[in-house]
Design a protein around this ligand. Sequence first.
Ligand code: RUQ
Ligand code: CUA
Length: 653
Amino acid sequence: MAQEMWTHRVVRRVLGVSAVAVLAGCGGSGGDGAGASVQDLMRARNLSEADVVAALKTYTPTGRTDPFVMFASGGHSGQVIVIGVPSMRILKYIGVFTPEPWQGYGFDDQTKVLMASSSPGSKKLTWGDSHHPALSETNGDYDGQFLFINDKANARVAVISLEDFATTQIVHSPILGTDHGGAFVTPNTDYVIEGGQYPVPLDGSYAPISDFDDKYRGAVMFWKFDRTTGRLDPSRSFAMELPPYMQDLSDAGKLVSDGWVFINSFDTERSHGGVMDGEPPLESGASQNDMDYMHVIDWRKAAEVAAQAGNTQTVQGVRVIPLSTSIDEGLLYLVPEPKSPHGVDVTPDGQYLAVSGKLDTHETIYDWSKIKAAIDAKNFEGADPYGVPIIGFQTALHGQVEIGLGPLHTNWDDQGNGYTSIFIESKIAKWSLKDMKVLEKIPVHYNIGHLATPEGDTEHPKGQYVVALDKWSIDRFNNVGPLMPQNMQLIDVTTPQMQLLYDMPIGMGEPHYAQIISADKLNAAQMYTPVGENQVTHQPDPNAVTSEDQARVERHGRVVDVYMTAVRSHFRPDRVEVNRGDTVHFHITNLEQTPDATHGFGLGNYDVNLSLEAGKTANVTVVTDRAGVFPYYCTEFCSALHLEMMGYMLVKG
Ligand code: RUQ
Ligand code: CUA
């Protein structure tokens, strides 16, 4: 009986009185029969009071949608994962740096070009290491229009249109070997920031490792974003040469610190391995000094400097501001920061910068006005070996919060609190920025990397939740063998004590960072309208056929163009006769204008699969190198006669 009363109490607290009535199956505050069934379930499933509360806070009945949508990177799967919060239901897996057959991504002609053209060498890249998603911003808040994400392995940045949640552009930075300080956007998405990670010679040449200090360099790219075209514009982009430190995460200033960007770094010792030659391994060589350097960059002035002829050098096609110019023009400063930092996170008001030093126990908070005052007064304590002015640690410091072992990354809520992931302790600390002290810690399972709060890196965080992006899951889920899923843990931060609500296994790559947007800011199209749109260009496809009577086969010598339509439940033409050695271009338009009426186009043996969402046109080219009979068929179960939706490619030869 006590438990039954408790159940009603809890249900009432979480959902309100009317829900109690519904649960109890009557209009009153609960009767024995109905209440008992909840308790029976609790007993049978061995659920505690807290479990039931957690369930009530996350369970989302059929037909209901989530108030928040999270975009998580997929790590070395090269993709982006879209997840509803708080239900933690996976909504989509977006192909970005890696072919994704369900979406036809990397299989049709345009997305093949997208992947090939961003491949730096002759080798066509088929994977990327996606780390940090960045939603486009207007006035420092997410606007729900675009998503950017970096590829650490190959120094690339991709643009995803949130009109259709599909990748539309990938750019490569030839001067960076790798990137990690991206993608981050300036408050109006003027620039997408991509900081390099491991120093290399910027011109792409070989230099012996003994020349590390002289020939190797760091760099940061500022990709100019053109909102009207939805594209990064390489011709208006520029880079800054940086000392050969390992630049890490960055963040753009906002409000009072708008116009500036902050980039952490590690290995300011410039250790570069060589264990076999008696030199210290990088991990210890890079951890000798107590302090590394935060880079403070005046990006707005840098953009002006880069725009003036003679100020930049063109390196591998990129306009680069040399280090000496940055020093002379006052574009770059350093501030000491506790060793091996990871996240630098600007507070919502732009006034403070929180730095997490992985080998330090503090969250170090810098005061932007102190940094700016030191810059204006030229109050420096010295310069680094490359002549970059250094602002004194104490000069810039606001204070330090004793966080715990291995602070990594911070997001904010709407109450003036920071949430910092603590890797070594496997915990999240909630701390007050005003009081500079930890309020509470909650354990997570296990080895947390980043964390994300709703709109938690904007000017207006929404609070309510924090999601822990845990690297290890060990014993949390059913055993699926040695390669275990990562674990995303949803935590309620509105309760007096943070409450763990839900464990979500991510068995499809390793999320490094995620951003969470209010769902009402997203407004994706449900189909391509009018019929015949190309997904990559977002323009009418020149090869679209917009009615069945335009479907045709055209032969020009050895080249065959097949203008095909798809509609429930047939392709037209449903028979294509060609000769061995022909080049066959399929141009296929899905004529449907019904939401979710997607068809696929699978052609076995030729490595072809297209996704044709309602109204979309896609193109694919095959060279018929073998004779035979090749059925093509619809790969999406679209209708009762889906199995009949097929045709033959007959290759004579
Ligand atoms: S990262 S946690 Cu790019 Cu911080 Cu991996
Ligand atoms: Cu169209 Cu199945």
